[in-house]
Design a protein around this ligand. Structure first.
Ligand code: GDP
Length: 316
């Protein structure tokens, strides 16, 4: 069965993303390596194929699948085995906990030393750009790299922001020095991508991962999709987590049961002016969605259908 949202999903990405795309294109000429950051729970969904074909392919590229704390190691392995047929350099990171973040810079340096640009040119400094859709952790990755590698004496005072300076044209990008030897800069502002060719299912998966603003999609739609996805993939951990007796097909029934089982009540006024209590469905909705977003519900790869059978063992 297909997921049918109750209220139409229309305005789902902010206008500034179009501008973001143009900015990325104009900056790419000055960049040696692209760090594409994405959410490990959706290794396929939301990554723009158009962007890949036209842009990434002309620059060395490292794919950072961030938030790997929200998936398990077997899932990561399966994703890596399948994706590595098309993407050579993939690193799973948890930039909040710091896991694997130390692999990023050495991977880039290895790639750079082998690149044509590096062999041909005298310019030995390396310029990186971080790109991705909103909320996948681009800023967190940038901060982590700064924290790990930047020259402490500079970093402790102020981040090493270079340009625009007097006499330098305005469209020179702000750069952060993240390594002195070899000299590596990272463009200060991450490139925000507009995902292309997305289906309704894709939009809902991205919404679950907070890469879409909740208010555009509606938390009722998001909770509804979460239940649809969990049931479709036979993940019934919500039954135990929320002390329920059985799985539910209907989101309204589920939310009432979650509210009752968790003692979420909201006050309301009766027509006669008295105050009553009713199940707090808003709190139930938020907690249900957050149980996924924080990993309490379990570790799920929303794109598990994209994994071929041979890579799927141990994923569920
Ligand atoms: P950006 O919009 O791509 O720059 O994303 P941010 O860096 O602002 O991060 C978006 C949210 O994801 C923030 O709430 C971060 O704390 C969170 N976040 C970033 N990296 C990780 C991670 O590795 N694991 C988890 N669980 N959360 C992360």
């Amino acid at each position: 069965t297909k997921f049918v949202p109750r209220t139409p999903i229309t305005k789902w990405f902010p206008r500034h993303m179009f501008k973001g795309m143009l900015q990325i294109q104009s900056r790419l000429a000055n960049v040696d390596c692209v760090l594409e950051v994405h959410d490990a729970r959706i290794p396929y969904t939301g990554r723009s194929s158009h962007f890949h074909q036209s842009l990434i392919s002309i620059r060395p590229h490292v794919l950072i699948l961030n938030k790997c704390d929200l998936i398990d190691d077997n899932q990561a392995k399966a994703i890596k085995r399948q994706l590595s047929r098309t993407t050579k350099h993939i690193i799973f990171t948890d930039c909040k906990g710091g896991r694997n973040c130390r692999q990023i810079l050495p991977t880039i340096l290895k790639l750079m030393l082998a690149s044509d640009r590096f062999k041909r040119s005298d310019a030995s400094d390396i310029r990186l750009m971080c790109i991705g859709i909103p909320n996948v952790g681009k800023s967190t990755v940038i901060n982590k790299l700064r924290q790990l590698h930047s020259d402490k004496s500079i970093h402790n005072k102020k981040p090493a922001i270079v340009g625009p300076t007097a006499g330098v044209t305005r469209n020179v990008m702000e750069k952060i020095k993240i390594c002195s030897n070899p000299l590596v800069y990272l463009l200060d502002t991450p490139g925000i991508l507009e995902p292309k060719n997305v289906s309704q299912d894709d939009i809902m998966k991205m919404a679950l991962c907070s890469t879409q603003s909740d208010q555009y999609i509606g938390i009722q739609n998001i909770a509804d999709y979460l239940l649809y996805w969990l049931n479709k993939h036979k993940h019934f951990s919500y039954v135990e987590l929320f002390n329920l007796k059985k799985p539910y097909d209907n989101i309204d029934e589920l939310l009432i049961e979650i509210a009752l089982a968790s003692d979420y009540y909201a006050k309301f006024k009766t027509p006669s002016g008295k105050t009553g209590l009713r199940p707090d469905l808003l709190q139930a909705t938020e907690n249900f969605i957050n149980s996924f977003r924080t990993g309490k519900l379990g570790k799920f790869v929303l794109d598990e259908d994209f994994l071929e059978e041979k890579y799927r063992e141990n994923v569920q």
